[in-house]
Design a binder for this molecule. Structure first.
Ligand code: ZN
Length: 135
């Protein structure tokens, strides 16, 4: 793991949440991007080396909608950047972590992503992300 790449925060309304985080961080989001396969609309803020990702559900069966239903708005996941996501998946599986998708999928902000189940990480959804350079 290289560093914490971003924190993902589940929000009910991206537009009003953007305003709040714009005030908090003193910058506008540098990108907004829909990930249709996950049923989410996202926006990204830079805070020094780190990033904040806000996620709003675009359909009721989205994981974000379910999360908000259960827990309300708040921190949804921690994302770590890795240089070799497949090697990390192999390593973490050996260590006994539950990998939700072994095959990396296309995430927002030009990343390959893999998620670890919160039950194997003391209640935190963990995202591994690797830069997607060539597509
Ligand atoms: Zn994320």
């Amino acid at each position: 793991m290289d560093k914490i790449e971003h924190l993902g925060i589940a929000v009910k309304d991206l537009k009003s949440a953007n305003t709040v985080y714009e005030k908090l961080l003193g910058v506008a989001p540098y990108k907004m991007e829909e990930v249709a396969s996950e049923g989410v609309m996202t926006s990204f803020f830079k805070c020094g080396e780190s990033k904040i990702e806000l996620l709003e559900a675009t359909k009721p069966e989205s994981a974000i909608a379910k999360f908000i239903e259960k827990k309300g708005e708040g921190i949804h996941h921690i994302a770590f950047s890795v240089t070799n996501i497949k090697a990390e998946v192999t390593r973490l599986k050996k260590e006994g972590f539950t990998v939700l998708n072994e095959e990396p999928k296309k995430g927002a902000d030009n990343k390959w992503v893999v998620f670890l189940h919160p039950k194997s990480t003391r209640g935190v959804l963990v995202e591994l992300c690797q830069e997607r350079n060539n597509e």
